[in-house]
Write a protein that binds this ligand. Structure first.
Ligand SMILES: Cc1ncc(COP(=O)(O)O)c(C=O)c1O
Length: 384
């Protein structure tokens, strides 16, 4: 008998063959706190993928961003330029340190940080520029790095969406001084909750180890470099359990299968929705020729906000789960307290109203994808 039809999930966490085996290995080794063998193994795997000089696992991408803000000594009087079209954590890390958040608009094609806007917003007080590679498609990193170099600011990539993507052949996460990663269950690979801070500039590493370990030189102690460990700097508890690092190790080792599936599903949406998009003024993602996406998510922009809301409802009535993405930060209640106002980021304001994310994950079945495509086409034919 067939299982009752319960619809098409928007998302499912990626699973790999070894998730449970490695978690059990960590349990049986009785080595479940941070800094254990799986932590080192996952950090090395990530280092190779990102081609970073060093990677430190953290409890989340949010924590990696907060660690980066501490490392860069961001404080009152400093300005941080970031896209309005991002998750709250990108801004929180710097708002928590008392910096001024400067929201930038997005490019209309990729919806990424608009480098021409950044050029106009940069000032002597700009300490950090934070590109977010939306959906795993790269920002214009050459231009952003040039602006940062000219202004003496630091580029920190919020690479929550970008693991496995590339820009001009270089891995996303290897293009700024530092990059943050997320392994939340919504990401391409996961350990439930987790993150990492990757370093391309090694000057930050020694202090980062201390900040991550509650302000102590515990890492140096375990390497035998000091004979006792003590409080040497500010810090917090950003270390991930080896149980979660074991889960992440399995995911990193099994990522190729998940990525191949996501690439195929992304390209299928692109090909099979192209006709509908052209006919009904629906915008599919733009992928510059020199970018390989990370295939994190699939989105479309409907011609109007009313159509976006109606399509989400139309899909839901057919048990297909889709979602909107990012309430622009500059228009959020907290963003407005920080000076955000309607009209200051018109591209983001329009895109956020019209954007819909379709079901997309590492095991999306072909038949389910067919159904999503068919229902989107049906809605557009009837209503747009
Ligand atoms: C762009 C971006 N940055 C940061 C985060 C925060 O990640 P985490 O949940 O690992 O803290 C997210 C979460 O979705 C995100 O989309």
């Amino acid at each position: 008998m067939n299982a009752p039809y319960d619809g098409i999930d928007f998302h499912r966490p990626t699973q790999t063959a070894k998730d449970a085996e490695y978690i059990l290995q960590a349990l049986n080794a009785r080595r479940v706190a941070g800094g254990g063998p799986f932590t080192h193994r996952a950090e090395k795997l990530l280092q190779d993928i990102i081609q970073a000089k060093r990677v430190l696992l953290t409890t989340s991408c949010t924590d990696a961003l907060e660690m980066a803000a501490l490392l860069l000594d961001v404080g009152p009087g400093d300005e941080v330029i970031l896209p309005s079209f991002t998750f709250t954590s990108t801004a929180n890390a710097f708002a928590l340190r008392g910096a001024k958040i400067v929201f930038a608009d997005s490019r209309p094609d990729t919806l990424n940080l608009d480098e021409t806007q950044v050029e106009t917003l940069v000032s002597q007080r700009t300490k950090v520029i934070v590109p977010v590679h939306y959906a795993g498609i790269s920002c214009e990193m050459d231009a952003l790095n040039a602006i940062a170099a000219a202004s003496g600011s630091v580029v920190l990539e919020d690479n929550a969406h970008g693991l496995f993507g590339t820009y001009k052949g270089k891995p996303l996460g290897s293009l700024g001084a530092m990059a943050t990663q997320s392994f939340h269950e919504s990401k391409n690979i996961t350990c439930g909750e987790g993150g990492a801070l990757a370093f391309n500039d090694t000057r930050y590493v020694a202090r980062a180890e201390i900040l991550r370990e509650k302000g102590t030189n515990r890492s140096a102690f375990f390497r035998g470099e000091v004979d006792k460990y003590t409080w040497v700097d500010v810090g917090s508890s950003f270390v991930i359990s080896d149980l979660l690092a074991a889960y992440l190790t399995a995911q990193l080792e099994g990522a190729a299968v998940a990525q191949a599936h996501r690439k195929q599903a992304f390209n299928r949406y692109m090909t099979e929705l192209a006709g509908v998009a052209a006919k009904h003024d629906v915008k599919l993602p733009t992928v510059p020729a020199y970018c390989e996406p990370a295939y994190h998510l699939f989105f479309m922009q409907m011609p109007t906000g009313a159509h976006r809301d109606a399509l989400i409802k139309y899909l839901r009535e057919r048990k297909i789960w889709s979602v909107f993405h990012y309430v622009p930060l500059h228009l959020s209640p907290e963003g407005q307290k920080l000076g955000g106002r309607l009209g200051s980021c018109p591209v983001v304001e329009s895109a956020a109203e019209r954007l819909i994310r379709l079901p997309f994950h590492s095991t999306l079945a072909g038949a389910d994808q067919d159904r999503v495509i068919q229902v989107v086409a049906e809605y557009c034919a009837k209503h747009v």
